[in-house]
Design a protein around this ligand. Structure first.
Ligand code: BGC
Length: 754
């Protein structure tokens, strides 16, 4: 559609374009050639409702392919998987007449208790951003627009519609915003969805700093901002802040408010026009009629894309892959009634559904193995669970191996509420322990959207397969990993702690009296565990394979003034083909702020044949070394020593190289509030002051000052104006004022490696 001339539209018509017609579509103005478009969930499938509508996944939707949710894509560490999930959703979006498929969600997993963690990728902003950008690129290449969500600092479900996330700017910039920034700057999403919550007291939907200064000003976003469903409070403040499209509609109420505000001079019509233009751009995404998708092809894709999300956590005594000619006892209701997606707005009505039990039976038959099945518990905790446990123990004791499917049900986790504990339901823990006692070879397969505690039974079992929620093809993907048809290659995108209390957000989650304080600052997930030396059950980045890899020959080239290039050689030293994730961390104490012990700054997933080796290049840009400086209001690369580390996870470093960077030539502006230490240590003012002082001193005074160095230390933290008051204006005020002026003119900054 060509952009219509807005002067041909009345104010009423323009206002009407800024809110939905109904739950899932925008208003049309046929006379002006403006069509209605459909926006619907997302992110791992199309939830197209034909009958009653809702945003909580309560009413039915048309069958579509349920691809692996973000929790599984996160664990794949593979942007290609994210891109193919996006592309598949994009193709189905077109077939369902959808212009915008809502997603992906790139919020950070701050607490393992967040009920919606299954819909987010990781506790790390780089991993989240790279996968989110790949999803958007894949989706939009198919002609369907994206809506990256929920912008911003929406890291919990408790009170999500009104809580204020109280976060300092460094933490926002380093942890909670970079994934959005990457998606916006690299993948150009059609829309950004603003979140329900407040940020430091201001609703995201009315937040000019967030939606205009940062998103459009700094990141150059050119698309439209859409509200989360029902996130609009004060519509006029929203338009002023740059919140373009209110979803769903308000049956004309807020349209009228916009009209009245323009007429009374409270709202500039130019702002309305700007929003209308951005919303009208979306009309170009209106899908062509007649698009189709092949249900079987997409089911095959759902299977394939699920495999890399599975993380093999434990594999003692060669328990996996399952050998041939075995009697296998499959235990646990999730084997037959899979939990393959989370509850809420992303809930898909799948076109097909694999069950692990069926797939295991199929593959067992080919390997001359026999399968028995006992549910062991009920997913909703109903019925006589102790009788089910007895049957399961019976089945386990007469088998060569017991494979137990445990996990969380929809009651335990969903959009809309947070969990209050990490543990599995008690009946399942009892079952795991009883089965492990009855059969020394016990394998556990987990189905859960958020991290569960493995304590109390971890050491009793031989193998643990973290199957997360894998979408409709997950049953096959799990069977493939159990039998070794595919080699597991997933790695944790979030830490599995020993105890909930170990998590850095523990004391501040989910907040109280309307506020959640992000008190742990940038120390989220592994950034905290590694920095505070808190032991965990499985660290971020961890994952086993049926083969082994070595990492050698790390080199780091820092000649490029805007970053560095790391090069490392990985080799598959085992006897099966496998995929390895090279994880590159940067570690430093440089700069005036406390830095996490290490931070993920680059990664790559490579497939290697047995014996094959490959050299991988990983580029580190300026941001890989930078922190957000709140005083200067920008990214700073401080001068100093940096260690470039390759880890098989965030706590296991297998190669390391030290580099020294000259960093940005920073000149901090001084004020009379700056301390004596700041003044004397300042690269411009310090030498001038020292020279002046020394010149004014007699040799005796100079000697005295030398002996009194400790006394000087005591005044170092004193603001200059106080120091002057105490010392009877010992330094002339005009001299200090002229130095203040000089420190305001800063040289340009570049990261210049030494
Ligand atoms: C969710 C969004 C979703 C929207 C529409 C909201 O409740 O937070 O993620 O896209 O509903 O269903």
């Amino acid at each position: 559609m060509n952009a219509p001339d807005l002067t041909t539209l009345t104010l009423e018509e323009k206002a009407s374009l800024l809110s939905g017609r109904d739950f899932w579509s925008t208003k049309e103005i046929p006379e002006a050639g403006i069509p209605s478009i459909v926006l619907t969930d997302g992110p791992h499938g199309i939830r197209r409702q034909a009958g009653a509508s809702d945003h909580l996944g309560i009413h039915d939707s048309l069958p579509s392919t349920c691809l692996p949710p973000a929790v599984a894509v996160g664990s794949s560490w593979n942007p290609d998987i994210a891109a193919r999930v996006g592309a598949t959703v994009g193709r189905e979006g077109r077939a369902f007449g959808v212009a915008i498929a809502l997603g992906p969600g790139v919020n950070i997993k701050r607490s393992p208790l967040c009920g919606r963690n299954f819909e987010y990728y990781s506790e790390d902003p780089l991993l989240s951003g790279v996968l989110g950008a790949a999803h958007v690129t894949g989706l939009q290449a198919e002609g369907t627009g994206a809506s990256v969500k929920h912008f911003a600092a929406n890291n919990q479900e408790t009170e999500r519609m009104r809580i204020s996330a109280d976060v300092d700017e460094r933490t926002l910039r380093e942890i909670y915003l970079p994934a959005f920034e990457r998606v916006v700057t690299e993948a150009n999403p059609a829309t950004v969805m603003c979140s329900y919550n407040k940020i430091n007291g201001f609703y995201a939907s009315e937040n000019t700093w967030l939606l205009t200064d940062l998103l459009r000003g700094e990141w150059n976003f050119r698309g439209a901002v859409v509200s989360d469903w029902g996130a609009v409070g004060n519509r006029i403040e929203g338009v002023k802040a740059g919140m373009d499209l209110e979803m769903p509609g308000s049956v004309g109420k807020t349209d009228q408010q916009i009209i009245d505000a323009v007429r009374s001079g409270v709202l500039e019509e130019d702002l309305v026009d700007a929003s209308v233009r951005r919303v009208l751009e979306l009309s170009n995404l209106a899908p062509a009629e007649g698009a189709r998708f092949d249900v079987d092809d997409h089911h095959a894709l759902a299977r394939e894309l699920a495999t890399e999300g599975i993380v093999l956590l434990r594999n003692e005594n060669g328990a996996l892959p399952l050998p041939t000619g075995q009697q296998i006892a499959v235990i646990g209701a999730f084997a037959d009634t899979p939990r393959f997606q989370g509850g809420g707005s992303s809930h898909i009505n799948p076109t097909r559904l694999d069950t692990a039990l069926h797939e295991i039976r199929g593959q067992a038959q080919l390997r001359n193995s026999r399968v028995t099945y006992a549910p062991g518990f009920t997913v909703d905790g109903s019925g006589d669970e102790s009788a089910l446990l007895v049957d399961a123990v019976d089945a386990a004791s007469s088998a060569d191996v017991a494979v137990v499917f445990a996990g969380l049900g929809d009651r335990e986790e969903s959009e809309g509420f947070d969990r209050d504990a990490l543990t599995l339901p008690p009946a399942q823990v009892a079952l795991l322990k009883a089965v492990a006692k009855a059969n020394p070879r016990t394998v556990v397969v987990l189905s859960n959207g958020g991290v569960v505690s493995l304590e109390g039974w971890h050491d009793d079992v031989d193998a643990i397969v973290e199957g997360w929620l894998l979408g409709q093809g997950g049953g096959r993907a799990i069977a493939d990993v159990l039998f070794g048809t595919t080699n597991p290659s997933g790695h944790l995108a979030e830490t599995i702690p020993f105890r909930l209390e170990d998590n850095p957000s523990y004391l501040n989650f989910p907040g109280e009296q309307g506020h959640v304080r992000y008190g742990e600052g940038v120390f989220v997930g592994y950034r905290y565990y590694e920095s505070a030396n808190v032991p965990v059950r499985y660290p971020f980045g961890y994952g086993l394979s049926y083969t082994q890899f070595t990492t050698t020959g790390l080199t780091v080239d820092t000649k490029d003034v805007d970053g560095a290039l790391a090069r490392v050689t990985v080799k598959n030293t085992g006897d099966s083909v496998g995929k390895h994730v090279v994880q590159l961390y940067v570690s430093t104490t440089a700069g005036p702020v406390r830095r996490p012990v290490r931070e993920l700054r680059a990664f790559a997933k490579v497939e290697l044949q047995p014996g094959e080796e490959r050299t991988i290049d990983l580029a580190l840009d300026r941001r890989a070394f930078a922190y957000w400086d709140v005083e200067l209001g920008r990214w700073v690369v401080p001068a100093g020593d940096y260690s470039i580390q390759v880890g098989t996870d965030s706590s296991t470093i297998v190669a390391e190289k030290a580099v020294t960077l000259q960093g940005d030539p920073i000149v901090r502006p001084l004020t009379m509030q700056s301390t004596v230490g700041d003044w004397f240590g300042h690269p411009v003012a310090g030498p001038v002051l020292m020279q002046g002082l020394t010149a004014a001193m007699s040799p005796e005074q100079a000697e005295q000052a030398d002996q009194n160095a400790d006394g000087l230390k005591m005044v170092e933290s004193m603001p200059m104006h106080q120091f002057l008051a105490f010392t009877g204006d010992s330094i002339p005020l005009e001299c200090l004022e002229s130095l203040v002026e000089q420190t305001r003119t800063e040289p340009a900054t570049t990261a210049v490696p030494a």
